[in-house]
Design a protein around this ligand. Structure first.
Ligand SMILES: Cc1ncc(COP(=O)(O)O)c(C=O)c1O
Length: 372
């Protein structure tokens, strides 16, 4: 049995061995893609190959892929680069959208976390100022999928540009730039087995884009700075592998059925909406998420309480609050997310540990009640 079961792929997914190999090879080879000599040309060839692999993951043209330092930079660049003063974003967006937006108008969501299209339509109609609509493909905490086709239809009818943060969707379910019809698409390698610190903003041909990183002319003048050649190589390989091995919902559904059998009062957030096949956000009533995370960690299982944040401190989930979940309940929500190297044993181990924790907690409640 492996030392621990890693079920926190939405925080970061372990590096795929083939991505590691491609990175090691690129690091050994060295070379600056802007150099004209053979070492530079070899590095350039590696970046171009990866550009094709990333483009293929989302049905884009290689020339539409702008490599960045990750999803955060891609989101920041889209919001700044579209050149709109007005930005309409859903209430459940990642902070790299919410904190980067200026002229921000937040669109409410329903109980499943789905953006309110009626409010979006009315808000767009309220002003003739050019606008950017930013709505995520899939939520990082609940896995809930947004109705992107409808978002694009409403935005287009009002002449607005559309950005989609597809950081949690790409590499897990099919994502297609032209199928979605958006102008900008954000990607991050480490959410599907590539390295962290590399991602891409896909800018649809013809969409306006003003670079916010100035310097050398890299990335066709859309993002200055010497490319992270090794990271990009790993990103490309991970994109190819992810494209060939997209997940199904079977294990998630089996997991949820098992957890709900143990704790019938538990709630799965976004349960009645379309969701990513790898994500479950579930409460254990009365038991704080931190307690669950620590108990599961002791049992050798890595999961997360809502969104991981840089300080390592667990804060109440803004996503669940926006969905109308009571604060006390939101504090009991656990996020479980699988990925490319998850096996069913990991899931069975989680189910057993969750059962043990629940029995311990309910037993200690009874003991306390008797002592009182
Ligand atoms: C939906 C979403 N967008 C953007 C990001 C930021 O990506 P990165 O970690 O590559 O900066 C994350 C990371 O958690 C995310 O979940």
């Amino acid at each position: 049995m492996p030392a621990f079961a890693y079920l926190d792929h939405n925080a970061t997914s372990p590096l795929r061995p083939a991505a590691f190999d491609a990175m090691a090879e690129a690091l050994r080879a060295g070379g600056n893609p802007s150099s004209v000599h053979r070492a530079g040309r070899a590095a350039r060839a590696g970046v171009d190959k990866a550009r094709g692999q990333v483009a293929a993951l989302v049905g884009a043209l290689p020339s539409e892929v702008v490599f960045t330092s990750g999803g955060t930079e891609a989101n920041n660049a889209a919001l700044a680069g579209a050149g709109c003063k007005r930005m309409l974003v859903s209430a459940v967006e990642h902070d790299s959208v919410l904190k980067a937006a200026t002229g921000l108008e937040i669109m409410p969501v329903d109980g499943n976390g789905i953006v309110d299209l009626g409010v979006l339509e009315k808000s767009l109609a309220a002003s003739a100022e050019p606008a950017l609509v930013s709505v995520m493909f899939a939520n990082n905490e609940t896995g809930v999928l947004q109705p992107m086709a409808d978002v694009v239809r409403v935005a287009r009818a009002a002449g607005a540009l559309v950005h989609c943060d597809a950081v949690q969707g790409a590499g897990k379910v099919p994502v297609d730039l032209y199928g979605l019809g958006v102008d900008y698409l954000s990607l991050s390698a480490h959410k599907f087995g590539g390295p962290s610190g590399v991602g891409a903003l896909v800018v649809r041909s013809g969409a306006p884009f003003v670079a916010d990183r100035l310097g050398g002319g890299q990335e066709s003048n859309r993002r200055a700075g010497t490319e992270n050649v090794a990271g990009i190589a790993g990103f490309g390989v991970a994109a190819s592998e992810a494209r060939n091995g997209l997940a199904t919902t079977d294990w998630r559904d089996q997991l949820e059925a098992a957890l709900l059998k143990i704790v019938p009062a538990a709630r799965v957030y976004g349960a009645t909406a379309g969701r990513l096949p790898n994500t479950t956000c579930i409460s254990m009533p009365g038991v704080r998420a931190e307690t669950q995370v620590m108990a599961l960690d002791l049992a050798g299982i890595c999961v997360s309480a809502g969104a991981a944040c840089s300080s390592g401190k667990v804060t109440r989930s803004a996503v669940l609050l926006a969905m109308g979940v009571e604060p006390a309940e939101a504090e009991t929500a656990l996020r479980i997310s699988f990925g490319w190297n998850t096996c069913f044993d990991d899931i069975e181990r989680l189910i057993a540990a969750w059962r043990d924790l629940y029995i311990r907690v309910t037993h200690s409640d009874i003991t306390h009640a008797r002592a009182a």
